[in-house]
Design a protein around this ligand. Structure first.
Ligand SMILES: [Fe+2]
Length: 178
């Protein structure tokens, strides 16, 4: 039987996925290295992973830039110094984008601008019509259940975010979609 060769497109896709996995492993490790609130913080590792999971789901159905939203997931709370209100953690996390390690300096200037805005204003309580900024904020807000706050659809920016909040579950949202 003739052996089927992978097309260049398929190989390119594999390469891209591998590259992204490497980058996001480094991103997670960097965020962990800067974080001061400990392993079990409500703003820490589990929260970032939940935000990243929501980000990938929301970005399936929108024009949002998934790479920017995934950077947001791991960096928006990475410079918190306590689990209280820490009102300065938004500007502190945004300002620290200037100090990203070389291996994570992969974003174009327009992507960096979106990320910087999304982080700097993520606790202002606004919604956004920009699909990338909206996806960042929705992904964060959909994890409010961990602090006893039920996510509400009117505080979401994206259609997917609204629908997940209405259903109360990412799993139900995925079941409904498929
Ligand atoms: Fe957060």
């Amino acid at each position: 039987m003739k052996k089927r060769a992978f097309s260049k497109t398929v190989m390119h896709t594999f390469d891209t996925i591998k590259m992204k996995k490497d980058i996001f492993d480094k991103l997670r490790a960097y965020a962990e290295s800067t974080f001061k609130c400990g392993l079990h913080s409500i703003h820490g590792f589990n929260h970032w992973q939940n935000v990243d999971d929501s980000a990938r789901l929301i970005c399936e159905d929108s024009q949002a830039d998934l790479v920017v939203v995934r950077f947001f997931a791991f960096l928006h709370d990475a410079f918190r110094v306590n689990d209280g209100s820490d009102l300065d953690h938004d500007p502190r996390s945004a300002d620290n984008l200037d100090k990203l390690p070389e291996e994570l300096s992969i974003l174009r200037p327009d992507q960096l601008n979106l990320l910087e805005y999304a982080i700097r204003h993520h606790t202002d309580g606004n919604t956004s019509e920009d699909p990338t900024i909206g996806a960042c904020w929705d992904s964060d807000r959909l994890d409010l259940g961990r602090v006893g706050i039920i996510p509400i659809d009117r505080f979401m920016s994206t259609q997917a975010g609204k629908e997940i909040a209405r259903l109360g579950s990412k799993l139900l949202y995925m079941e409904k979609k498929n």
